[in-house]
Ligand binder design. Sequence first.
Ligand SMILES: NC(=O)c1ccc[n+]([C@@H]2O[C@H](COP(=O)([O-])OP(=O)(O)OC[C@H]3O[C@@H](n4cnc5c(N)ncnc54)[C@H](OP(=O)(O)O)[C@@H]3O)[C@@H](O)[C@H]2O)c1
Length: 500
Amino acid sequence: MSRQDLIYLSDFDLPSSPDPKLGKILVTGASGYIGGRLVPQLLARGYQVRALVRKASPEYSGLWPQAEVVAADVLDTSPEPLEKALEGIDTAYYLLHSLNLGPKEFQAADIQAAMNFRKAAEKQKVRRIIYLGGLGDIRVSLSSHLRSRMEVAEELTRGKVPVTILRAAIIIGAGSASYEIVQHLVRKLYVIPVPRWAKSRCQPIAIRDVIKYLVGVLEVSGTAGKHFDIGGKEVLTYEEMLMILSQVLNLKRVFVAVPFSNTGACAYFASLFTPVPVPLTQCLMEGLKNDVVCLENSIKQYLPFEPISYKEAVVRALTREEQDRVHTRWSDAYPPAHELALKLRELKDRPAYSHFCSLLTKKSASSLFRSLCNVGGKEGWFQHNWMWRFRGLIDRVVGGVGTSRGRRSYASLKINDVIDFWRIEDLQENKTLLLRSEMKLPGRAWLEFGIMESQGQRQLSLMAYYDTKSLRGKLYWYACLPFHYIIFKKLLMDIEARSS
Ligand SMILES: NC(=O)c1ccc[n+]([C@@H]2O[C@H](COP(=O)([O-])OP(=O)(O)OC[C@H]3O[C@@H](n4cnc5c(N)ncnc54)[C@H](OP(=O)(O)O)[C@@H]3O)[C@@H](O)[C@H]2O)c1
């Protein structure tokens, strides 16, 4: 994140000021959408920050050089790593959920995670926990996602450590999963079906206001042990949210009431048009049948500022996207099957299957690397783009991530960023780009691009690696091989041609 952005982030009109007496602050979910934005904000306000991630990566020290980064999985059966992460902590932010595990597994995992966290925090005598959960009226039947957010709050408050609970509905900001679902539906569908639940009421809140509340409650000690509903300026139906967005984007859309309201089927349909994978859309969209509005506004006594409107939040998010300044994105968190994925360089033996191709060019390493780093997303995969998209569509249909996740940024890539169905595993300027596949495959796949000097010219190379032990996996590799011959060499030629 650039210095300019840090100044922007710290330039909040918060009615509270940094408290120098506060000790070290732990931010869990630091690799996630909210946690990743909170860490630089706390650092900019002068706090000592420890960022908890599930898997350590050199990228984090580059992102937040002043923060201490620790790795721990709150679901780990051994409590030591979590207890160590909480050692010497004054206040801990709890910004985790397990929605990526899908509708069948996330609830039990979330309760277990909260229980482990509560016990470890108690043992380490943490002074306060701050938790961001979901809005919803407990007197009505809530979706499993919203119920789970409440259960996590209950679990955290069972211990001796005072917990501040903030409850929010949809968070609007560049990179937020809910916002990306809404945006992609409006951009891609000319006729937008409006099921009954689209009339449910919601109080969306801008990401900047969420960060203000998260920092504000830390700095106002009277908020310890209390819970607060936080929301944006107005209450809207989901249909109104879609309409406002289509007006802001200047897109004419037809809204048609439809008789079906099965959220599971709608989530599957929506996931085909949005970058967000099915397990996440299912969990999020199940909650659309519930009204999610603030039932009280006592937060105003402690942090009396005016949140921005939905329209302003949308305009800000679009501006950020246009300026290519999306700092954190829901896709930064890993899909479950890959969270602890072995890296290519960590494999004991080289993968048994590989395909190599290369070309020689007089172009400079830096221009080749620039061109290479622009693949995917809306730039696509050159002439055979349709083949990559078609493969992505098949992946989507079988419940994978597909190609529609696109990319967080064109201006800058970092390790762990996603590019369509790939995740960056290694990135060395002017030398290497190593991508790990996150498609649903009967094996593990990598693509490694390399640039090296060769007899006064540059060799641009591509090595596809595939690791499998199953018969299905082997058949898959041989079925794909003819396509590799067609697309990989051409891809290198196109990257070379585009470089200046
Ligand atoms: N985004 C919204 O619209 C919204 C709205 C209302 C409330 N909230 C609340 O805000 C909080 C944060 O949400 P978010 O949008 O930032 O989520 P997110 O982007 O999906 O991030 C979730 C984070 O949790 C971490 N995590 C999951 N399981 C873990 C485990 N077992 N051990 C350690 N870390 C684990 C993930 O780490 P990995 O990177 O390793 O997966 C990731 O950093 C949640 O409590 C959510 O309910 C969000």
